[in-house]
Design a protein around this ligand. Structure first.
Ligand SMILES: NC(=O)c1ccc[n+]([C@@H]2O[C@H](COP(=O)([O-])OP(=O)(O)OC[C@H]3O[C@@H](n4cnc5c(N)ncnc54)[C@H](O)[C@@H]3O)[C@@H](O)[C@H]2O)c1
Length: 261
């Protein structure tokens, strides 16, 4: 958007081995950025790194040492210009079990795990990446870098069984404005994307999941299909490169509003 040359700059994409992160890593690489793909999935991550001329780092976003090692790897390829947080997991469990026993209420360790990956992992990468960006030379606007985080429409329209996922993603929404305010001191912008139903490996593979996805697509207002990962990546690039976008949460969802179930 800003027409700048990002050759020699680096970026980190968490969850970059698959789905939304993969599409974003490919788009960033096409802009001349050296992309560090940070993911648990070493096979897919390494293959993508080879394809796009980037680097794979095995990174668990719940481990601060991994997060720092990822950012340091990016810095070894040039100043860190962008970070995109796509690492995340879904969750399905009702709050109260059918038998009325305390032991069948939502497993608390599961709730904590979802929040740890989706919310705390996102914040950890954001704080470490922004710290590295704060050392960059500023551009004419005083800008040193930009970050995109990933929430979900489930932050707003969480369905039955989605309490943990929705709470974790709601946290990512609520981080956005105070982060943008905090990071204005160092010239780093932060925006958040709330995808609707995007066709990625998160829905599994095979004939059953294809049928499930086709049915899901019917609930989208327009266009009547799941989104493509490239449509997320295109918005991520706009948010990363448009200097006036800051502190915003944007849905990319074909106008879907999720029903209770
Ligand atoms: N696909 C959708 O419809 C959709 C909708 C709304 C939000 N989202 C969100 O977008 C993000 C990406 O989803 P996707 O559809 O591309 O999923 P995906 O499963 O294709 O990719 C997620 C990636 O995150 C990685 N990951 C998981 N836990 C990790 C951890 N602890 N550390 C590092 N990497 C980890 C996985 O290995 C995987 O490669 C997630 O945060 C998801 O909640 C997706």
């Amino acid at each position: 958007m800003d027409g700048k040359d990002y050759a020699g700059r680096s970026a980190v994409v968490t969850g970059g081995a698959s789905g939304l992160g993969e599409a974003t890593a490919e788009l960033l690489a096409s802009k001349g950025v050296h992309v560090v793909i940070a993911d648990l999935n070493a096979d897919a991550g390494s293959a993508l790194a080879t394809k796009i001329g980037g680097t794979f780092v095995k990174c668990d976003v719940t481990d601060t040492d991994d997060v720092i090692a990822t950012v340091d790897e990016a810095l070894s390829h040039g100043p860190l210009q962008f970070a995109v947080n796509c690492a995340g997991i879904g969750s399905i469990s009702r709050t109260v079990g059918r038998d009325g026993q305390y032991s069948s209420a939502f497993p608390l360790d599961y709730f904590k795990k979802v929040v740890e990956i989706n919310l705390i992992g996102t914040f950890d990468m954001t704080r470490i990446a922004a710290t590295a960006m704060s050392r960059n030379d500023p551009d004419d606007d005083g800008q040193r870098g930009a970050i995109v985080n990933t929430t979900s429409v489930a932050a707003f329209d969480g369905q039955i069984g989605q309490v943990a996922y929705s709470a974790s993603k709601g946290g990512v929404v609520s981080l956005t404005l105070p982060l943008a305010r905090d990071l204005s001191a160092v010239g780093v912008r932060v925006n958040t994307i709330a995808p609707g139903l995007i066709d990625t490996p998160i829905y599994g593979s095979g004939p059953e999941s294809e049928a499930f996805k086709a049915k899901l697509g019917e609930s989208v207002v327009f266009p009547k299909r799941l989104g493509h990962a490239a449509e997320y990546a295109s918005l991520a690039w706009e948010l990363l490169s448009n200097p006036y976008m800051n502190g915003e949460v944007i849905r990319v969802d074909g106008a879907i509003r999720m029903p209770p179930k």
